[in-house]
Design a protein around this ligand. Sequence first.
Ligand SMILES: Cc1ncc(CN)c(N)n1
Length: 220
Amino acid sequence: MLTISERLYKAAQPVWKECHEHPFVKGIGDGSLTIEQFRFYLLQDYLYLYDYARVFALGIVKSKDPKVMQLLSKSVDNILNGEMKIHRSYMERLGITEDQVFQVKPSLKNVAYTNYMLAVSHAGGIAEVLVSILACSWSYAEIGQVLAQAPGAADHTFYGEWITGYASPEYHSSNQALVELTDKLLEGCSEETYQRMEDIFVMCSRFELDFWEMSWRLES
Ligand SMILES: Cc1ncc(CN)c(N)n1
Protein backbone atom coordinates (compact mmCIF):
# COMPACT_ATOMS: atom_id res chain seq x y z
CA MET A 1 0.00 0.00 0.00
CA LEU A 2 1.26 3.48 -0.85
CA THR A 3 2.08 5.97 1.89
CA ILE A 4 0.33 9.35 1.87
CA SER A 5 3.43 11.08 0.46
CA GLU A 6 3.71 8.46 -2.29
CA ARG A 7 0.06 9.05 -3.22
CA LEU A 8 0.58 12.83 -3.28
CA TYR A 9 3.72 12.40 -5.38
CA LYS A 10 1.89 10.18 -7.86
CA ALA A 11 -1.06 12.58 -8.12
CA ALA A 12 1.22 15.50 -9.02
CA GLN A 13 3.36 13.61 -11.57
CA PRO A 14 1.82 15.12 -14.73
CA VAL A 15 2.55 18.65 -13.42
CA TRP A 16 6.04 17.76 -12.11
CA LYS A 17 6.89 16.25 -15.48
CA GLU A 18 6.03 19.62 -17.08
CA CYS A 19 8.27 21.34 -14.50
CA HIS A 20 11.21 19.06 -15.37
CA GLU A 21 10.66 19.70 -19.07
CA HIS A 22 10.14 23.45 -18.73
CA PRO A 23 12.67 25.51 -20.76
CA PHE A 24 13.59 27.56 -17.68
CA VAL A 25 14.58 24.42 -15.73
CA LYS A 26 16.27 22.87 -18.76
CA GLY A 27 18.06 26.16 -19.32
CA ILE A 28 19.56 26.10 -15.81
CA GLY A 29 20.69 22.53 -16.49
CA ASP A 30 22.37 23.16 -19.85
CA GLY A 31 23.49 26.72 -19.05
CA SER A 32 21.44 28.26 -21.87
CA LEU A 33 19.11 30.32 -19.64
CA THR A 34 19.70 34.06 -20.06
CA ILE A 35 21.01 36.03 -17.08
CA GLU A 36 18.07 38.42 -17.58
CA GLN A 37 15.60 35.58 -17.01
CA PHE A 38 17.56 34.23 -14.04
CA ARG A 39 17.82 37.71 -12.51
CA PHE A 40 14.05 38.13 -12.78
CA TYR A 41 13.50 34.73 -11.14
CA LEU A 42 16.05 35.42 -8.40
CA LEU A 43 14.37 38.64 -7.31
CA GLN A 44 10.89 37.12 -7.32
CA ASP A 45 12.10 34.01 -5.55
CA TYR A 46 13.86 36.05 -2.87
CA LEU A 47 10.55 37.74 -2.04
CA TYR A 48 8.74 34.40 -2.29
CA LEU A 49 11.05 32.75 0.25
CA TYR A 50 10.24 35.25 3.01
CA ASP A 51 6.54 34.33 2.72
CA TYR A 52 7.41 30.64 2.40
CA ALA A 53 9.33 30.89 5.70
CA ARG A 54 6.22 32.54 7.23
CA VAL A 55 4.17 29.44 6.31
CA PHE A 56 6.60 27.25 8.30
CA ALA A 57 6.35 29.73 11.18
CA LEU A 58 2.56 29.33 11.07
CA GLY A 59 3.13 25.60 11.45
CA ILE A 60 5.01 26.30 14.69
CA VAL A 61 2.01 28.31 15.91
CA LYS A 62 -0.41 25.51 14.94
CA SER A 63 1.58 22.59 16.37
CA LYS A 64 1.36 21.27 19.91
CA ASP A 65 4.16 18.73 19.42
CA PRO A 66 7.57 20.08 20.58
CA LYS A 67 9.40 17.80 18.09
CA VAL A 68 7.36 19.19 15.19
CA MET A 69 7.97 22.74 16.45
CA GLN A 70 11.72 22.06 16.57
CA LEU A 71 11.76 20.64 13.04
CA LEU A 72 9.80 23.58 11.65
CA SER A 73 11.95 26.16 13.43
CA LYS A 74 15.02 24.44 11.96
CA SER A 75 13.35 24.67 8.55
CA VAL A 76 12.75 28.41 9.00
CA ASP A 77 16.47 28.79 9.78
CA ASN A 78 17.40 26.62 6.77
CA ILE A 79 15.36 28.87 4.48
CA LEU A 80 16.39 32.27 5.84
CA ASN A 81 20.04 31.46 6.48
CA GLY A 82 20.73 28.45 4.23
CA GLU A 83 18.69 28.42 1.02
CA MET A 84 18.65 32.22 0.80
CA LYS A 85 22.46 32.26 1.06
CA ILE A 86 22.45 30.93 -2.52
CA HIS A 87 20.24 33.86 -3.53
CA ARG A 88 22.45 36.36 -1.66
CA SER A 89 25.53 34.96 -3.36
CA TYR A 90 23.91 35.44 -6.80
CA MET A 91 22.72 38.92 -5.77
CA GLU A 92 26.33 39.79 -4.94
CA ARG A 93 27.52 38.41 -8.26
CA LEU A 94 24.85 40.43 -10.10
CA GLY A 95 25.42 43.59 -8.03
CA ILE A 96 21.96 43.56 -6.41
CA THR A 97 21.51 44.75 -2.80
CA GLU A 98 18.74 43.56 -0.46
CA ASP A 99 17.29 47.10 -0.48
CA GLN A 100 16.98 46.87 -4.25
CA VAL A 101 15.10 43.55 -3.98
CA PHE A 102 12.57 45.12 -1.65
CA GLN A 103 11.87 47.80 -4.24
CA VAL A 104 10.75 45.07 -6.64
CA LYS A 105 7.02 44.37 -6.63
CA PRO A 106 6.10 40.70 -6.28
CA SER A 107 4.46 39.49 -9.49
CA LEU A 108 0.81 38.50 -9.70
CA LYS A 109 1.63 34.77 -9.81
CA ASN A 110 4.09 35.09 -6.95
CA VAL A 111 1.46 36.79 -4.78
CA ALA A 112 -1.18 34.25 -5.84
CA TYR A 113 1.08 31.36 -4.81
CA THR A 114 2.20 32.71 -1.44
CA ASN A 115 -1.30 33.97 -0.58
CA TYR A 116 -2.71 30.53 -1.39
CA MET A 117 -0.22 28.77 0.92
CA LEU A 118 -0.78 31.31 3.69
CA ALA A 119 -4.60 31.15 3.35
CA VAL A 120 -4.70 27.33 3.37
CA SER A 121 -2.37 27.26 6.36
CA HIS A 122 -4.23 29.93 8.31
CA ALA A 123 -7.57 28.18 7.77
CA GLY A 124 -6.30 24.64 8.35
CA GLY A 125 -4.21 22.76 10.87
CA ILE A 126 -0.64 21.50 10.93
CA ALA A 127 -1.32 18.94 8.14
CA GLU A 128 -2.50 21.69 5.75
CA VAL A 129 0.65 23.67 6.57
CA LEU A 130 2.90 20.71 5.79
CA VAL A 131 1.17 19.75 2.56
CA SER A 132 1.13 23.33 1.29
CA ILE A 133 4.93 23.64 1.70
CA LEU A 134 5.77 20.12 0.54
CA ALA A 135 5.43 20.55 -3.25
CA CYS A 136 7.83 23.49 -3.08
CA SER A 137 10.48 21.74 -1.05
CA TRP A 138 10.20 18.33 -2.72
CA SER A 139 10.03 19.44 -6.35
CA TYR A 140 13.20 21.54 -5.94
CA ALA A 141 15.01 18.63 -4.26
CA GLU A 142 14.10 16.47 -7.25
CA ILE A 143 14.99 19.13 -9.84
CA GLY A 144 18.35 19.69 -8.11
CA GLN A 145 19.11 15.95 -8.16
CA VAL A 146 18.11 15.51 -11.81
CA LEU A 147 20.06 18.56 -13.03
CA ALA A 148 23.16 17.57 -11.02
CA GLN A 149 23.31 14.26 -12.87
CA ALA A 150 23.87 15.92 -16.26
CA PRO A 151 27.61 15.92 -17.06
CA GLY A 152 29.20 19.28 -16.22
CA ALA A 153 25.94 20.91 -15.02
CA ALA A 154 27.00 21.16 -11.36
CA ASP A 155 30.34 22.70 -12.42
CA HIS A 156 28.80 25.38 -14.62
CA THR A 157 30.44 28.70 -13.73
CA PHE A 158 27.13 30.50 -13.23
CA TYR A 159 24.31 27.97 -12.68
CA GLY A 160 26.45 25.36 -10.90
CA GLU A 161 25.97 27.02 -7.52
CA TRP A 162 22.17 26.89 -7.86
CA ILE A 163 22.26 23.23 -8.91
CA THR A 164 24.65 22.09 -6.17
CA GLY A 165 22.62 24.01 -3.55
CA TYR A 166 19.40 22.17 -4.36
CA ALA A 167 21.18 18.85 -4.96
CA SER A 168 23.06 19.09 -1.63
CA PRO A 169 22.70 16.40 1.05
CA GLU A 170 21.55 19.16 3.47
CA TYR A 171 18.67 20.21 1.20
CA HIS A 172 17.79 16.57 0.54
CA SER A 173 17.67 15.64 4.23
CA SER A 174 15.63 18.68 5.27
CA ASN A 175 13.12 17.82 2.50
CA GLN A 176 13.10 14.17 3.56
CA ALA A 177 12.23 15.23 7.13
CA LEU A 178 9.20 17.12 5.77
CA VAL A 179 8.09 14.11 3.68
CA GLU A 180 8.33 11.84 6.73
CA LEU A 181 6.51 14.31 8.96
CA THR A 182 3.68 14.58 6.41
CA ASP A 183 3.30 10.79 6.44
CA LYS A 184 3.29 10.76 10.23
CA LEU A 185 0.70 13.55 10.53
CA LEU A 186 -1.64 12.01 7.96
CA GLU A 187 -1.21 8.33 8.76
CA GLY A 188 -4.62 6.64 8.84
CA CYS A 189 -6.46 9.81 7.73
CA SER A 190 -9.89 9.50 6.11
CA GLU A 191 -10.24 9.47 2.32
CA GLU A 192 -12.01 12.84 2.56
CA THR A 193 -9.03 14.36 4.37
CA TYR A 194 -6.62 12.78 1.88
CA GLN A 195 -8.53 14.28 -1.07
CA ARG A 196 -8.33 17.73 0.53
CA MET A 197 -4.56 17.27 0.93
CA GLU A 198 -4.17 16.06 -2.65
CA ASP A 199 -6.00 19.16 -3.91
CA ILE A 200 -3.58 21.38 -1.96
CA PHE A 201 -0.49 19.46 -3.12
CA VAL A 202 -1.51 19.46 -6.78
CA MET A 203 -2.52 23.14 -6.64
CA CYS A 204 0.89 24.08 -5.18
CA SER A 205 2.58 21.96 -7.88
CA ARG A 206 0.65 23.94 -10.51
CA PHE A 207 1.83 27.16 -8.87
CA GLU A 208 5.41 25.81 -9.11
CA LEU A 209 4.97 25.28 -12.85
CA ASP A 210 3.48 28.78 -13.15
CA PHE A 211 6.50 30.23 -11.33
CA TRP A 212 8.89 28.74 -13.92
CA GLU A 213 6.67 29.95 -16.75
CA MET A 214 6.34 33.44 -15.26
CA SER A 215 10.13 33.67 -14.89
CA TRP A 216 10.69 32.40 -18.43
CA ARG A 217 8.36 35.10 -19.77
CA LEU A 218 9.49 37.83 -17.32
CA GLU A 219 5.85 38.32 -16.30
CA SER A 220 5.66 40.88 -13.53
C1 LIG B 1 8.93 29.17 -6.14
C2 LIG B 1 9.84 28.29 -5.37
N1 LIG B 1 9.43 27.04 -5.07
C3 LIG B 1 10.29 26.24 -4.32
C4 LIG B 1 11.49 26.66 -3.86
C5 LIG B 1 12.37 25.79 -3.03
N2 LIG B 1 12.29 26.09 -1.66
C6 LIG B 1 11.85 27.96 -4.18
N3 LIG B 1 13.02 28.48 -3.80
N4 LIG B 1 11.02 28.78 -4.95
